[in-house]
Design a protein around this ligand. Sequence first.
Ligand SMILES: *Cc1c(COP(=O)(O)O)cnc(C)c1O
Length: 342
Amino acid sequence: MLEDAEPSIDWDALTFSFKQTDRMYLATCKQGDKWQPGQMQDFADLSMSPAAGVLNYGQGLFEGMKAQHAADGSIVLFRPNLNASRMQGGARRLGIPPVPERMFLDAVHAAVRENSRWVPPMGKGALYVRPLLLGSGAILGVAPAPEYTFLVYVSPVGPYFKGGIKPISLKVSDEFHRAAPGGSGGVKAIGNYAPGMIPSKMAKSEGYAEVIYLDAVHHRYVEEVGAANFFCVRDGVISTPELTGTILPGVTRASVIEIASSRGYEVREERIEVDYALDADECFCAGTAAVVASIGSIEHSGRVVEYGGGEVGPITMEMYEALTAIQQRRASDEFGWTVAVE
Ligand SMILES: *Cc1c(COP(=O)(O)O)cnc(C)c1O
């Protein structure tokens, strides 16, 4: 059977890009009804009305998580319950019926299980899991759609940033902001991401890996690195922007905070002035796709600051090692964060 065959992939050449896999999960729900479990089907295009709420008004959310081969031979997910509850929060913000946590988790497990031949060997990458929740029913006025689609597809991925562990160069955006108070920056609304594409592309054409966004009110405090959370280390104290509503509450961010605190580091969630970050000893960003990525330099208004002389800083390295060891079950999972796919 096709599903049992080893896919013809060069696992060492994986990048963070879409590769079609075998199966996907799909469920639908009418506004006002309760979600009923959906089913797995072959990977296929979707069909929906041109008047679908998501196509016209961006009523949609996504999630991102990874399944990996672990040291004990199992395939594991990392804290998938946090993705389930984050998507529920986003659904409430966008007027979408929230998907029950159990249904979300069952869908993710089934999507990984039925595509398990696409999970890269340990250390070569991961199976990226992409849940989507969309207003798929037709609606002309600006209002919540009459019907919703929840689906989960997967794709094998390699490193998010080209160059792997090598520290990345970033540029503070002086022109663009990602999110404003009272908006949707704190949830994974699909509409938050298209406006970041041109800023990111402009930065890449100048040789940077991504942009750093400052807050939209004062244009003074660091918010995020593209689609990853920001951390800096100064005199052994680890700081990350506090969750003010404009910052996406990352699962990786929460995990780094807990790991660092448990190891005795002082961790502060606070407003971080861009000048404080520029004078830090180490900076890194954290996210499911990026994992923990060392920041080698930041450009801001013509000033370029380099960290660690091209080397990954010691605390950044410690966080990367500690996190990935738990995720791959190479270390004991003291927090109970990994979940084997049944
Ligand atoms: C998804 C995302 C992150 C990282 O969240 P994780 O749960 O760690 O993957 C950070 N910032 C933005 C804007 C995001 O969309």
